[in-house]
Design a protein around this ligand. Structure first.
Ligand code: PLP
Length: 236
């Protein structure tokens, strides 16, 4: 049983890596510019452990509580990425346990993080989640909110974001995601300009199982992959 799960995960991982490499080639990018975050929210801990043995070190969870439990059960060299909504009252443990928080989606959460992250200690890397498509069901900053209030982030005592994250609207067609990803990149460039060298935004977290190739072509540095990696698993 475990052997066949391992073989399946190895195969899925190899195929995924090859597809990322091909997308990088099309976009004239180096494939080491793109990090695959294995989104493990839908699989049991055993599957995470097999992925670890296969060499994966970047794991994403959408629920803070689950990230907390799983990070306690995994080797310390795993990098945990929180990719789902973070309530302010759960922010303290996440600052200790997560290496990345992709989902900082409000000024209030940013203010809370500012009280938790001492500037000199190791602390999570922060991405600002942007609701590019403007869907009312989505979390995230409106692009204009970031543009108009960007100066707030240049306050010395605030945590420094290192990029932006978004989710494309649900669609059957990967191409439908392209305008969202393209806009996130343009917004990043614009905010980078507004920062006057005080901070830098190298990272774009965008692309999931259905649209990661388009995201890589549009400049993603982190892709968040769940279902594709676990295709064929009995539990997934
Ligand atoms: C679940 C999830 C993913 C992974 O989605 P798949 O389509 O399963 O690859 C990526 N990002 C976020 C924010 C998620 O919640």
């Amino acid at each position: 049983m475990t052997d066949s799960v391992r073989d399946l995960l190895q195969r899925n991982l190899t195929q995924l890596t090859q597809r990322v490499q091909q997308a990088c080639l099309r976009a004239a990018r180096a494939s080491d510019e793109v990090t695959i975050v294995a989104v493990t929210k839908s699989v049991p801990l055993d599957v995470i452990k097999i992925l670890y043995e296969l060499g994966c070190r970047e794991f994403g969870e959408s629920r803070p509580q689950q990230l907390q439990l799983r990070s306690a059960a995994c080797p310390p060299d795993v990098h945990w990425h929180l990719i789902g909504h973070l309530q302010r009252n759960k922010a303290a443990p996440m600052c200790r346990l997560a290496q990345w928080i992709h989902s900082v989606d409000s000024w209030r959460l940013m203010e809370r993080l500012a009280t938790l992250i001492p500037s000199e200690a190791p602390s999570p890397r922060i991405l600002l989640e942007v609701n590019v498509s403007g869907e009312t069901t989505k979390q995230g900053f409106a692009p204009d909110d970031l543009r108009n209030n960007w100066q707030r982030l240049l306050t010395p005592s605030w945590p420094v974001p290192c990029g932006l994250m978004t989710m494309a609207p649900l669609s059957e067609s990967p191409e439908a995601a392209r305008p969202t990803f393209h806009e996130l990149r343009l917004l990043r460039d614009e905010l980078q300009q507004l920062s006057q060298g005080k901070l830098s935004l190298p990272h774009l977290s965008m692309g999931m199982s259905g649209d990661f190739e388009v995201a890589v072509e549009e400049g993603a540095t982190l892709i968040r992959i769940g279902s594709l990696l676990f295709e064929g698993l009995p539990s997934a």
